[in-house]
Design a protein around this ligand. Sequence first.
Ligand code: ZN
Length: 204
Amino acid sequence: MKLICIGRNYTEHIAELENQKPEDPVIFLKPDTSILLKKQPFFIPDFSNEVHHEVEVLVKIKKIGKYIQPKFAHKYYDEIGLGIDFTARDLQHKLKEKGLPWEKAKGFDGAAVIGEKWINKSSFSDINNLNFSLLKNEKTVQKGNTALMLWKIDELIAYISQFFSLKIGDIIFTGTPAGVGKVATNDQLTGYLEENKMFSIKIK
Ligand code: ZN
């Protein structure tokens, strides 16, 4: 399985990192070894002094597909989740400055939090109007709504599948809203999708 991540999908987050608004979705991959093991804390890696949390809505692919049309994209997933795209921001800045790929800053071990809970899309009235948030030590630090995505879930699936065949179990990280920030030892991060607690992890 692969983790396909979308960058710069929320206008306010593009502004906070002073990035340009892209003409097409920005795509990168994380390896399966980046998935944080269940019930484990996240360990800040030695090579970074600035690991940021990025809370993101996740979509789990249930059917193989390639060149999927937007109007059929909904047939390729049922389950919606929530996770964190941990990013070694200091390392990412260095790599970006040199025009190099981001993988080391985004794909290291533990950098992908996938909440254990998945919710069937049929239990939501509109997946393009979902509230989600991240709490750090019980204080809200990120707040988003999927209505604010530049590219909606079905558009992302159509776009991604032009380049990468989608396989059963692949997970799409749909991008982070504003409010990304540094994590520190002993922080507790808890994610909510609407009223549902999706994950809670400790930083070490
Ligand atoms: Zn992200």
